[in-house]
Design a protein around this ligand. Sequence first.
Ligand SMILES: C[C@@H](CC(=O)O)C(=O)C(=O)O
Ligand SMILES: [Zn+2]
Length: 330
Amino acid sequence: MATRKAEINGKRPFRLKEYTFSCEDVPRLSCTDPEVDRLISNEQPVVITDTNLVSSALHWDLDYLGKNMGDGMFTVYSSHTNKFKYFDDKKGNNVKNFREPMRHLDMTFQDFAKRLCNKKPEDESLYMQQTLNDSVGRRIVVDFLGFNWNWITEQQKKHNWGQLTANLLLVGTEENITPSHYDEQQNFFAQIKGKKRFILFPPSQFGCLYPYPIYHPHDRQSQVDFDDPDFEKFPEFKKAAALEAVVGPGDVLYLPTYWWHQVECVQGTGLNISVTFWYKCGPTDKIEYPLKPQQKVAMMRNIEKMINQALNDPKEVPEFMQNMVLGRYT
Ligand SMILES: C[C@@H](CC(=O)O)C(=O)C(=O)O
Ligand SMILES: [Zn+2]
């Protein structure tokens, strides 16, 4: 796999995998720059520096978390590749012979840390993805309360977002990859340790990324394998053009709802720790035309859901959809 050299602000270069598509940089601006507000209100991604959003957690490492995360059981995914492709196990029965691409384990943080430290190259990759809740130790609660809630709550109000729904703690090792997908929430993604690379595509490129059907366990995930794209099956992927952001400790990426993202723990940057801040989208006050691409994606999802409910059998959906479109709108 070809790689290219990259760096943030001229510091400590690292290598990034090269893909078939072009990558332009996401803007990287200080939170004091008024352009940040404009980009967020236009639902455009931006890397925001100097927020101090998670400054109270920049000392987190495996040892500190091991001592302070408490003795609760946390969600850890185990994958025999370095990819951690999300799946909804409630939809597993909708697809014949669906094979879960990773295992969902529950373990204490101490157990996770031990397995990470003793991991041999042939062992499965591990990725902790745990919603922060009150089961954590007191010092983690103090660090959490020390987040810059003033700044982020000000953003939530200014952009009329809904409630904060979750803070997901992510602890992984370099080369862990979350393959391309979109979410239906607004996200301030805060990097605490190590570097992460985001490969982003706007909602307008939905037609290039071929998401699985809505009834599939991989709903919202792209069917395209970026490492080996099948241009026969997914010809429009040739037209995909990405934005790219690399975030390091203290950086916050605003990741707008319905934007496609693949997330890679950058090689050579060691243990990787992040926290997400997911918010419900705000209400649409007035419908304006032409509709925004993200509104069209939401519409397509609602129509697919309605067709699935009305047919009441996932096996009937492909023929129904093809009859509706092939030779008529193609
Ligand atoms: C969990 C994260 C991916 C990652 O950090 O590996 C992501 O997809 C998101 O924050 O929306
Ligand atoms: Zn995501």
